[in-house]
Design a protein around this ligand. Structure first.
Ligand SMILES: *Cc1c(COP(=O)(O)O)cnc(C)c1O
Length: 375
C-alpha cells in the first residue's frame, strides 16, 4: 500500500517547542500565562482593524460565548448558514434556542443574501425576530460580506462571523475574522494553523474581550473568596497550547501561499477536463484556499472518484452535508434554493495540506486522471 495522503494535516514550523519549553521552565502550565497573552497579541497584530482577541479552548466555545454575549436564550431563533460544519449550529441549541437555516449562493458557496432576507421577513411575520445571524466563510472563501451586512443592518440583527476556515483570507483588503459584530477562529488539527485544539473570539472592544475572558474562566466575581453572580464556563486556552499558536503564527502566511499554490496546481492540471470545475475568486475576494474543492458533473462521478482515490490511499471528502439535511437539525425551519444540496452531491474536497509534497500532488493528479480514462 502506498503511504496515506491526508486531506489536511497539522504542519509545524519548528518554533513551537521553544515556546512550550519556556512555559515548562517558568511553570506557566495553566489556562493563562505569557503564551496566551503573546498569542492573542500576535493575532491582534495580524488581524488589525483594532480588534481584541480572547484565546479559547475551541472555535465552538467561541461561537457559544458570542451567542451568550448577544443574549441568545430559550425561545430565541438564530439564523445560520446551512452549508457548514455542525459546530456553527450546535451552540444555538446549547442556548436552548432554535436554528433557522439559510441556503447558499453560487458565487462563494456561502449564505445567500436574498434567501437571508426572505427568511428574516418570514420569521418576523411569524412573530419571532431572529436574534443573530451566523455566516461562514467556507473553505476560506469569504461570504458576500457587504450584501449580508446590508440585510443585517436593515433589520438590526448582529452578525457572528464564523471564520474558522478562513484565517488569512481577505475581503476587499480586510481580514476575515474582523468582519462581524463578533468573529470566531479555530485552531483545530485540520485548520490552516493548529494548536492541536483551540479557538478564539474576536471582539470590537477591550470591554467585550474582558467579558468573554470572564465568562471563559468560570465567571468569578472580584472577591477574595469564590463568588459568582453568573453561570461561567471553562473555555480558556491553556498556556501550553498557546505556545504552539505562537510558533504557528510565524508561518501562517507561508501556509496560505502553499494552500493557494495547491489549488492553482489542481486548476492547471484539470483545466482541460470538462467534468471538473472550480470555484473562482470573485473580484475583491482573496481565499486562503484552506481546502481545494472541485465540482464534478454528477453525484455518480463524484462518488466514483472518491472511491478511486480511496483505493490509492488518498483521502478526499464530499463538501459539507447541509445542516437542513442532518437528522439532528431536520425539524428546524430552513429557507432553501437548492444550491447547497447540489454542491453536496457534486463537490469533493481534495488533499490540501500546506505540507503536501510535489510527489504527493503528482500521485493525486495521476489517480484522478486515470479515473477519468477508465470510467
Ligand atoms: C472547525 C470549525 C468550527 C469549530 O471549530 P473547533 O475549534 O473545532 O471547535 C466551526 N465552524 C466551522 C465552519 C469549522 O470548520
Amino acid at each position: 500500500m502506498k503511504p496515506k495522503i491526508w486531506l489536511s494535516s497539522p504542519h509545524m514550523s519548528g518554533n513551537e517547542l521553544s515556546y512550550i519549553n519556556e512555559a515548562f521552565e517558568t511553570n506557566w502550565v495553566a489556562p493563562l500565562g505569557p503564551n496566551v497573552n503573546g498569542f492573542e497579541s500576535d493575532l491582534e497584530s495580524y488581524l488589525k482593524d483594532n480588534r481584541h482577541v480572547a484565546a479559547l479552548a475551541s472555535g465552538t466555545s467561541a461561537l457559544h460565548l458570542s451567542l451568550i454575549m448577544l443574549g441568545v436564550g430559550n425561545e430565541d431563533e438564530v439564523i445560520c448558514q446551512s452549508k457548514t460544519f455542525s459546530a456553527s449550529a450546535n451552540p444555538i441549541v446549547y442556548q436552548g434556542a432554535s436554528p433557522v437555516f439559510v441556503d447558499s449562493e453560487r458565487d462563494t458557496w456561502n449564505m445567500c443574501p436574498e434567501q437571508l432576507e426572505i427568511a428574516i421577513k418570514d420569521r418576523i411575520s411569524k412573530g419571532v425576530k431572529p436574534k443573530a445571524i451566523i455566516a461562514v466563510h467556507l473553505y476560506g472563501m469569504p461570504y458576500k460580506v457587504d450584501q449580508i451586512n446590508e440585510v443585517a443592518l436593515k433589520y438590526s440583527i448582529p452578525v457572528v462571523e464564523d471564520s474558522a476556515e478562513s484565517l488569512g483570507s481577505l475581503y476587499k483588503g480586510k481580514n476575515c475574522g474582523t468582519l462581524g459584530d463578533f468573529s470566531i477562529l479555530s485552531f483545530n488539527g485540520n485548520k490552516i494553523i493548529t494548536t492541536s485544539g483551540g479557538g478564539a473570539l474576536v471582539t470590537k472592544s477591550k470591554t467585550l474581550k474582558q467579558q468573554a475572558v470572564f465568562l471563559a474562566t468560570q465567571a468569578r466575581d472580584d472577591a477574595p473568596h469564590y463568588l459568582h453572580s453568573q453561570i461561567g464556563y471553562n473555555y480558556r486556552m491553556s498556556n501550553i497550547v498557546a505556545g504552539i499558536g505562537r510558533g504557528q503564527m510565524t508561518i501562517l502566511d507561508s501556509h496560505v501561499a502553499k494552500r493557494r499554490s495547491n489549488h492553482q496546481f489542481y486548476f492547471d492540471a484539470f483545466k482541460k477536463n470538462n467534468k471538473i470545475t472550480f470555484l473562482q475568486e470573485p473580484e475583491g475576494y482573496f481565499s486562503n484556499r484552506w481546502l481545494s474543492c472541485i465540482l464534478l458533473d454528477s453525484k455518480e462521478t463524484r462518488e466514483g472518484l472518491r472511491l478511486a482515490l480511496e483505493k490509492e490511499n488518498i483521502e478526499s471528502r464530499p463538501l459539507w452535508k447541509p445542516m437542513h439535511q442532518q437528522p439532528v437539525f431536520e425539524k428546524y425551519p430552513s429557507y432553501l434554493n437548492g444550491v447547497s444540496d447540489e454542491l453536496f452531491e457534486k463537490g469533493l474536497c481534495l488533499p490540501s495540506g500546506s505540507n503536501l509534497t510535489d510527489n504527493e500532488l503528482g500521485r493525486i493528479v495521476s489517480a484522478i486522471n486515470s479515473y477519468f480514462v477508465t470510467c
